[in-house]
Design a protein around this ligand. Structure first.
Ligand code: SF4
Length: 84
C-alpha cells in the first residue's frame, strides 16, 4: 500500500506552494555558493533543451534544476558527459 506523502500532496494541490518553498530556499544560499546570473540562466536554458528534464526535475539526479543549476560547486550529471 502506498502511503501518500503529505508534502507531495500539498505540492500537487498547489504548484505555487512548491515554487514559494524553492524560492525561499534559494534566498538562504550565500552569494559565494551561487553562480553568476548569466551562467545560471545559461545552465537553465541547456536544461530546458534536455530530454532528462521532467516537470522541473532532472531524471539523473532527482534535483529541481532551478536549485541545482544555481550552485557553483555542482554540475550537470548527464551520464554521457556533463552539459554544463
Ligand atoms: S542532465 Fe543536465 S542538462 Fe539535463 S536536465 Fe539534468 S542537469 Fe539539466
Amino acid at each position: 500500500m502506498n502511503i501518500p506523502c503529505r508534502i507531495c500532496m500539498e505540492f500537487e494541490q498547489d504548484g505555487d506552494v512548491l515554487r514559494t518553498h524553492i524560492e525561499k530556499y534559494l534566498r538562504t544560499l550565500s552569494e559565494e555558493e551561487k553562480i553568476d546570473e548569466a551562467s545560471y540562466f545559461n545552465r537553465l536554458s541547456l536544461c530546458e533543451k534536455c530530454e532528462a528534464l521532467n516537470q522541473g526535475l532532472c531524471k539523473y539526479c532527482g534535483c529541481f534544476v532551478i536549485v541545482r543549476a544555481i550552485k557553483k560547486r555542482l554540475n550537470c550529471p548527464y551520464p554521457e558527459g556533463k552539459r554544463w
